[in-house]
Write a protein that binds this ligand. Structure first.
Ligand SMILES: Cc1cc2nc3c(=O)[nH]c(=O)nc-3n(C[C@H](O)[C@H](O)[C@H](O)COP(=O)(O)OP(=O)(O)OC[C@H]3O[C@@H](n4cnc5c(N)ncnc54)[C@H](O)[C@@H]3O)c2cc1C
Length: 565
């Protein structure tokens, strides 16, 4: 067995061990309870609703006070907070390991308010300043915030920071200035997990591994059960859009498990950007060619939002998804592989490498390439990373059969560019199975591009013409089409290369509507009793990343633990 297979097997067997630790109970609620459970649970549990109703039994296989869906950045603090408040807790995650995207994050936690580490560096901050920053009207990421949520977030920054410390999270003592609405230094980076094989993407400063591994360690120590490879498929409510949430239906391999939550179900499934149909509710341009950062490790599949909406939940602050600020969509710096991203790279010893298949080529200087759309035409200044670039990439390029989405974007360069960048254009750096191509002529290169999202062949003449025109800009010293600052290098020495460099999706900025206690609200603005949401599944506050997920995860767990029927 090779090293990757061994690593994967080790992770999977530890997941299996987690499963066997479960105290599986069968709770027969009897006829009355089933009748109030309704069709959602019965159907999802594999019984026809009518058939089950006739039988008069809803069988619960497992029970906890609080059931958390998702062992990621919001789910883990939710579990700990619920345990701290005395509730029994089961956390499920569909993945083979914990952490979600937090595992692959840079671990740059934005929490302020004047906590101990800020004080140590004499950073003047308080809750009011956090609040004022995150309701700023002059900043895209704060303008549309739900100010009730931001107020609570601001007030809970210091306690959440302390909570992390109490639960074993360690920070590097160096403040970083946030690149967003914050006006003082609030980012401190967690220490990377110390066991490289458990970092998932080792060698790339995936410091978030230290955050989620510590939280998982603490959650387990405190008695939360974490069940891996358990996928929530639906939420069970007393009736379709009325009454209390009773539990969830879970798929674990070929087993269907009905899991009862006597106090609350917390949806912490991480957002929706990996779900093409769902994400297009906010931006119809986001068709299937746009990949999702952190795949293939953690899928932002919208399963939490959909399950909650199926029983009546509402979304909130949906305009935040298209605000054109922050990191909903990002430019990849790692080209020639499917999931190329700015910083995340699966090296060959990563457990994910067999699926990721290539590390990508790291672009140091955008002067070394041009980018073309699926028709071989340049569309924007390659050195730009603003939303103008993304809008141009996603523009309609003239395909009468594909009106939405801009189609694949390819980086085109020659052998001299590869030499300047010191790229080795062979696997494992690139994935020639659809994401990287080379040829001795540009026409031949265009003809070789075969990719599931390249719906029709790239016209060779168009690519050759784009390159010739760009080369003339290099001669003239000015990009007459897109104003790339002083184009420097001609593309003329074979072999020529085409590397996948389509923008990749990142943050979910909208989600389920909640109260400030994270209780999910329905489309009429009423609380759905027993249902909570935190993290990127929660709508109303679009601050990038970990900080908000940690704060609201904690609050959801704390409230759910006390929420007896
Ligand atoms: C490459 C990268 C780097 C980042 N770096 C930073 C950073 O430095 N700082 C920062 O602030 N933010 C960063 N982020 C963002 C941050 O990681 C996320 O905002 C955060 O992880 C979201 O937390 P969450 O709990 O909502 O989702 P996640 O942490 O992704 O957790 C969701 C979990 O739910 C599970 N799940 C989903 N559906 C189901 C289901 N149906 N049943 C069971 N389980 C399910 C998933 O498997 C996953 O484990 C980064 C993100 C990426 C992609």
């Amino acid at each position: 067995m090779d090293k990757h297979a061994q690593q994967r097997r080790a992770a999977e067997s530890s997941a299996h061990i987690e499963s066997r630790h479960v105290d599986s109970r069968h709770v027969d609620l009897g006829r009355r309870s089933f009748l109030t459970t309704g069709a959602a649970g019965a159907v999802a549990a594999g019984l026809g609703a009518t058939e089950s109703a006739a039988q008069g039994a809803m069988r619960w296989d497992m029970t906890a006070d609080v059931v958390v869906i998702g062992a990621g950045v919001a789910g883990l603090p939710a579990a700990i907070a619920a345990r701290d408040a005395g509730a029994s807790v089961i956390v499920i995650d569909e993945n083979f390991d914990i952490g979600g995207r937090g595992m692959l994050s840079g671990g740059r936690v934005q929490l302020g308010g004047g906590h101990a580490l800020q004080q140590k560096f004499n950073i003047k901050d308080d809750a009011d300043k956090v609040f004022a920053d995150w309701v700023r009207h002059d900043h895209g990421e704060s303008r549309l915030s739900d100010r009730d949520l931001v107020r609570v977030f601001a007030d809970e920054n210091v306690t959440t920071f302390n909570f992390l410390i109490e639960n074993g999270v360690e920070f590097i003592e160096k403040p970083i200035t946030p690149p967003d609405a914050s006006t003082v230094d609030r980012i401190f980076v967690t220490k990377e997990w110390h066991i490289p094989s458990e970092v998932v993407a080792p060698h790339r400063n995936r410091n978030g591994s230290g955050l989620v591994r510590r939280l998982a360690e603490s959650a387990r120590k405190k008695g939360a059960q974490i069940l891996l490879k358990h996928k929530m498929t639906s939420i069970v409510r007393e009736s379709y859009n009325r009454g209390r949430v009773l539990g969830i239906v879970v798929q674990a391999g070929d087993r269907t498990i009905n899991m009862r939550a006597t106090r609350g179900v917390i949806v912490a499934t991480g957002g929706h950007t990996g779900n093409v149909n769902f994400r297009r509710m906010f931006d119809p341009r986001l068709t299937e060619e746009y990949q999702q950062a952190c795949m293939p490790y953690a899928d932002q599949n919208a399963s939490g939002e959909i399950a909650a909406m199926d029983i009546g939940a509402s979304l909130w602050a949906t305009g935040m998804q298209t605000i054109e600020a922050g990191a909903a969509i990002t430019k990849t710096r790692h080209i020639g592989c499917r999931w190329g991203y700015a910083t995340l790279v699966y090296e060959t010893d990563s457990i994910m490498f067999p699926q990721a298949k290539a590390t990508g080529l790291t672009v140091k200087d955008w002067q070394n390439l041009i980018m073309v759309n699926q028709y071989g035409k340049r569309f924007w200044n390659e050195a730009d990373g603003s939303f103008k670039f993304f809008n141009a990439a996603m523009a309609w390029h003239g395909d009468k059969t594909k009106l939405n989405g801009g189609g694949p974007i390819w980086a085109i360069f020659d052998s001299e560019a590869a030499a300047r960048e010191k790229w080795n254009t062979k696997p494992p750096n690139v994935d020639p199975d659809g994401w990287f191509f080379q040829a001795d002529t540009l026409a031949e290169l265009a003809g070789r591009i075969k990719n599931p999202y390249q719906k029709q062949p790239m016209p060779g003449a168009a690519l050759a013409e784009s390159v010739a025109r760009y080369n003339s800009f290099v001669t003239d010293g000015a990009d007459k089409d897109f104003k790339k600052p002083t184009p420097m290098h001609k593309i003329e020495k074979p072999p020529f290369f085409a590397a996948w460099s389509t923008p990749i999706l990142h943050d979910t900025n909208t989600g389920l509507r909640t109260t400030t206690d994270c209780q999910v609200l329905d489309t009429r603005g009423e609380v759905i009793a027993g249902l909570y949401s935190a993290g990127e599944t929660q709508g109303g506050f679009a601050q990038h990343g970990l900080g908000r997920c940690l704060v609201f995860g904690r609050l959801a767990g704390r409230h759910a633990a006390k929420n007896a029927a």
